[in-house]
Design a protein around this ligand. Sequence first.
Ligand code: PLP
Length: 400
Amino acid sequence: MELRLDRMAQEATRLQAASDDPLCAYLYDLPALRRHIDDVVATLPERCEMFYAVKANAETPILDALEGRVAGFEVASDGELALIHERFPGVSLLFGGPGKTVSELSLALELGVELIHVESLTELKRLARLLERGGHRQQVLLRMNLATDNLPSTPLTMGGVPTPFGIDPEELETCLAFLTDHPSIVLRGFHFHLISHQLDADAQLRLLDDLFRQVEHWREQHDLDIDQINVGGGIGINYREPHRQFDWTGFCSGLAMQLDEPRLRRYRIRFECGRYLTAPCGYYLMEVLDLKRNHGQWFAVCRGGTHHFRTPAAQNHNHPFVRLPGRGGESMLTNTRVSIVGQLCTPKDVLARQVEIEHLAIGDLVMFTLAGAYAWNISHQHFLRHPAPIMHFIDDEESA
Ligand SMILES: Cc1ncc(COP(=O)(O)O)c(C=O)c1O
């Protein structure tokens, strides 16, 4: 995963020089995104496929960069479904997420999604009723909320504990009986998205081993004719120690060994990652407006804030950044600790708390890295009605 800091800094300085107002912008590095995706996909073992979880970032140039590189898109609402279908007709779509409405399921059938990841018996019943009317068949995976021995603890857990996600294994028999009575719904396998923010490749391999074992057990126990396992997304980005990222290469070689086992050769394994694919290509820029000391602590008040970039507040971390010398303002801090905050009227508008800096001046730019996933699109953008950031997509290399 490549961060072209010099190139991004050059572009940031150019944007600042062109703006009379203090700058606030997202920069996206599309060539780096394409290379990252190509590396990730090329490293996957045989019979594995990478889908993109659109919820991580649905900016059109990002989607365009991904299309043709990933095997397809995982969508989790009618909005995402319609967006991707309209932009890439014919692309493979996986429709997941809790609380699917009748109209969403109906749209999914109309647009011909490849698979629906069913979250409950209620959804199965809704789908069966729609299929009775339409007279065709639909392939599904059952999303299971499984407690496994090797379920790691991460800051975002969707499974193995009480959550609204997936089907409790205790309900599996009822769901399978329903499927036997409704042959228009074709079970192709199981889906799991149990955690996000996984940073440990060995722990992820242990988890997958549990999942594979469980699916094999269910297949034998219920005599199922299945051939797919979707292991979700959840590969993390290390915001706290950016130089220690998930070992994707090591993970893929471990997975290749697991999948070499004869009993697993029948399965196609699908991933639907979001954060790991797009976080590295995004940068959020804020210009320093004010430097002030209050009750013994320094604060850099910057253009923008968590209403543009909620990631650090949502994940409760100090987001990594680099300082770019800017307009040459009057006040300068050296070798001290400072909190980087935004313009909102709330003490929660903090992007990095009491972090060590060498220099920082009014007019400088603070450039947050790893800001390309769950960033602009998860932020409360209208709070206080400050202007939106500039969205700037850098595409300075021919795409292959
Ligand atoms: C069902 C499902 N799949 C995939 C993802 C993508 O997760 P991540 O961005 O952690 O890879 C999510 C995220 O919430 C999800 O809920």
